[in-house]
Design a protein around this ligand. Structure first.
Ligand code: S3P
Length: 435
């Protein structure tokens, strides 16, 4: 991906496309496949920097992984206790999911592991995982201010525990559960709000005994995983840019095939429908233990809303795109209860507000959200601060802008969606990469 993106105004989204694989599910498929017994075959795997970072970690731990074709991955599982000591520090780049989930999985291995990341990941909070894991008996050190690198000492025995999540984080829930499969006794995580349940679904798919639902997940350590074939559905978070684009651009009529619509992830659809969007679920089916659908989205005038707070975790990654929808809606949109957005790949409340204001949109930050007045989006230059989802959100804003939008610091679009430029171009966006 080039450093900068230039998007020319107007246009509409037309056609039928398939969205690349879900990032959260792709990470988990590699992790569980690696420690399963037997050969796991993944299709629809997201080949992006974040998920490839997870794959490279397991290769460094001695797991044989083949990639015979695009989106296909074959993992020779080594079993629960077959990982080997790495010879170097493991760099997971921009990927918070890799660092947090792996800290759980590696917290009781017989060897030491060091996990490091890029500039953005190196300032993200990690005590949220090291605290509960250390309480279970792990020994994980981070920097004094709670940031990476994480130094995990090997050879510790863990004890299961009941953990009430202090924040709405599926990454923390998953880290504790992945430590729990190696711990003595029972581990239970009680959620704050409804959180994505891909870890639970996939553990179940690999034959691990787990009970989950109604805001908690519970398992006992000492079980084993049996290799599986996994079909990864399309990523609803990547789809969000196309869904919003088609909602805001007049004459749009777009079909997205193969989108994961897990009810713990579908907040973007719920929120846009409440704003008046025309989104139709054309065909619904199951794949890889997850509900999947084809979505048909047509342009419809949107109105501002107060976003129901209980839906916030269901759309936590989609707010950059939803803010663009709010800017194109009639009237005021209010988001509260989304303070977690401030500790993502960037402070997404601050960075989105700055960019929206630069484009002439009336947007005001709240400590835990944003108030946006529907406005005419103008032209201008915005800085994505190296955050993939900010860059992609401002790219689709051009569908309703008065002039060109120039977006800076876009390399990290490759962390989740390397095909973004080619796919948006295919359905009608006038987008180019500048070097
Ligand atoms: C993810 C959980 C979310 C999300 C991230 C992926 C996951 O993070 O923002 O992009 O795969 O579990 P939090 O759990 O920290 O909210």
């Amino acid at each position: 991906m080039a450093k900068e993106i230039l998007v020319k105004p107007q246009g509409s989204f037309q056609g039928t496309i398939k969205i690349p694989g879900d990032k959260s599910i792709s990470h988990r498929a590699i992790m569980l496949g690696a420690i399963a017994e037997g050969v796991t075959k993944i299709s629809g795997f997201l080949e992006a920097e974040d998920t490839l970072a997870t794959l490279a970690v397991f290769e460094a731990l001695g797991v044989k992984i083949e990639r015979p074709a695009k989106g296909e991955v074959i993992i020779q599982g080594v079993g629960m206790h077959g990982l080997r000591a790495p010879t170097k520090s493991l760099d997971v780049g921009n990927s918070g999911t890799s660092m947090r989930l792996l800290s759980g999985l590696f917290s009781s291995q017989p060897f030491d592991v060091e996990l490091s990341g890029d500039k953005s990941l190196s300032v993200r909070p990690m005590r949220r995982v090291t605290d509960p894991l250390n309480e279970m008996g792990a020994e994980i050190a981070c920097e004094e201010d709670g940031t990476p690198p994480l130094k995990i000492s090997g050879g510790n025995k863990l004890k299961g525990m009941i953990y009430d999540l202090p924040m709405a984080s599926a990454q923390v829930k998953s880290a504790v559960l992945l430590a729990g499969i190696y711990a003595e006794g029972e581990t239970q995580v009680n959620e704050k709000g409804i959180l994505r349940d891909h870890t639970e679904r996939m553990l179940e798919g690999f034959g691990y005994d787990i009970r989950y639902g109604d805001g908690s997940a519970k398992l006992s350590g000492g079980g084993k995983l049996t290799a599986q074939s996994i079909v990864v559905p399309g990523d609803i978070s990547s789809s969000a840019f196309f869904i919003v684009g088609a909602c805001i651009a007049e004459d749009s009529d777009l079909v997205l095939e193969n989108v994961g619509i897990n009810p713990t992830r579908d907040g973007v659809i719920r929120i846009l429908k409440l704003m008046g969007a025309d989104i139709e679920i054309v065909r619904e089916y199951q794949a890889g233990g997850e509900p999947v659908a084809d979505l048909r989205i047509k342009y419809a005038p949107l109105k501002g809303i107060v976003i129901p707070e209980e839906w916030v975790p269901l759309a936590i990654d989609e707010f950059p795109a939803i803010f663009i929808a709010a800017a194109c809606a009639e009237g005021e949109t209010v988001l509260r209860g989304a303070a977690e957005m401030r500790v993502k790949e960037s402070d997404r409340i601050q960075v989105m507000q700055e960019g929206l204001v630069k484009l002439g949109v009336d947007a005001e930050t709240l400590p835990d959200g944003m108030i946006i007045q529907g406005s005419q989006i103008q032209s201008g230059t915005v800085d994505s601060h190296g955050d993939h989802r900010i860059a992609m959100a401002f790219a689709i804003a051009a569908l309703r802008s008065a002039g060109d939008i120039h977006i800076l610091d876009c390399e990290n679009v490759d962390t989740s969606f390397p095909e973004f430029v080619s796919l948006t171009r295919e359905v009608g966006l006038n987008i180019s990469e500048l070097s």
